[in-house]
Write a protein that binds this ligand. Structure first.
Ligand code: HEC
Length: 126
């Protein structure tokens, strides 16, 4: 009899465990969809560290985001390709060497992340 009880206890324990595992990892129903622009901002100020050289409206080490956005729009530039290291500089080619260093980082970003960065830069368009 004791053996049976023990077995019962073990079975109950296993089935409980299974249940809690199943409920774990279910997609949350309330997760908000993050706008590309917001993701871009997070990368720009976070792991991209772009903010060290680029400010929204003043030139620092690199051109301001307003200037980049304007020139990319006027010249129909492809920022994603540029950040992959596969394009040509169109904003300030004389300083390209300084920007080039960052491709080591931006090349590790996904297309989604690069597009998010582009959306963030474009959000500064006046
Ligand atoms: C060490 C300073 C520095 C950092 C950090 C930096 N940049 Fe730049 N960036 C520059 C400079 C200088 C230029 C101007 C040269 C040029 O136009 O390529 C530039 C230019 C650019 C351009 C215009 C390129 C063109 O077509 O001429 C874009 C877009 C850009 N940066 C995006 C970024 C992003 C996104 C990050 C973060 C992942 C970043 N930068 C980080 C210095 C930096």
């Amino acid at each position: 009899m004791r053996k049976v009880l023990f077995l019962f206890a073990v079975l109950t324990f296993i089935s409980c465990k299974k249940e809690s595992e199943e409920s774990f990892g279910k997609p949350e129903t309330t997760t908000e969809v993050q706008k590309p622009e917001e993701l871009g901002k997070a990368i720009f100020e976070g792991k991209g560290a772009c903010v060290a050289c680029h400010k929204p409206d003043v030139k620092l080490v690199g051109p301001s985001l307003q200037d980049i956005a304007k020139i990319y729009k006027d010249k129909n530039g492809d920022m994603v390709t540029f950040l992959k290291g596969e394009g040509e500089p169109i904003v300030d080619p004389t300083q390209y060497e300084v920007m080039k260093v960052n491709f080591a980082v931006t090349k590790t970003f996904s297309d989604e992340e690069l597009k998010a960065l582009e959306a963030y830069v474009y959000s500064h368009l006046k």
